[in-house]
Design a protein around this ligand. Structure first.
Ligand SMILES: [Cu+2]
Length: 160
């Protein structure tokens, strides 16, 4: 059981570091990069926050709001509140990578994990995620609790 959990975490870490957080810690731009390694941004510093957004999550599998915007280079504090009666999470990434992650979650439903691009909240809990949006384009977010993203629990940040 312990071994299985460890393998699960290693898989998640490999997936996240290899895809979602590909550019974190490097700061360098990749030329001619494949389409599936788009930059979604990186963890931000509290001192750099210029915008605060409040997002609520509920059991109808919705984020409210499900869309907001940010400027290129802007650091946003995203306050997230779980207003439902079951756990939810907000994960920032690209939809393709998150679909892979959701598939792993389904295979290992009791897996506990925490990464800098996500926040997992029990019913009634509230917390904040600080994120720097670095490139123009859309950045996705989703709840990767098994079945939630499939039920439509996704959102989008327009980076202009
Ligand atoms: Cu959810």
């Amino acid at each position: 059981m312990i071994r299985k959990t460890t393998i699960g975490l290693a898989l998640v870490a490999a997936l996240l570091s290899g895809n979602v957080l590909a550019d974190v810690g490097h700061g360098e731009k990749m030329h001619g990069k494949p389409m599936n390694t788009e930059t979604v941004g990186s963890p931000g510093n509290a001192a750099d926050v210029t915008k605060t957004i409040k997002v609520s999550m509920n059991d109808t599998m919705t984020f409210t709001p499900s869309q907001f915007s940010a400027d290129v280079g802007e650091t946003v504090r995203i306050f997230v509140k779980n207003e439902g009666k079951i756990p939810h999470e907000l994960v920032i990434g690209s939809l393709d990578n998150m679909k892979n992650h959701a598939e792993m979650m389904r295979q290992m439903p009791n897996m506990q994990h925490q990464e800098s691009n996500m926040i997992t909240l029990q019913p009634g809990q509230m917390s904040a995620l600080i994120w720097k949006f670095e490139e123009q384009g859309d950045v996705d977010f989703a709840c990767l609790i098994p079945g939630h993203m499939e039920a439509g629990m996704v959102g989008k940040v327009s980076v202009n």
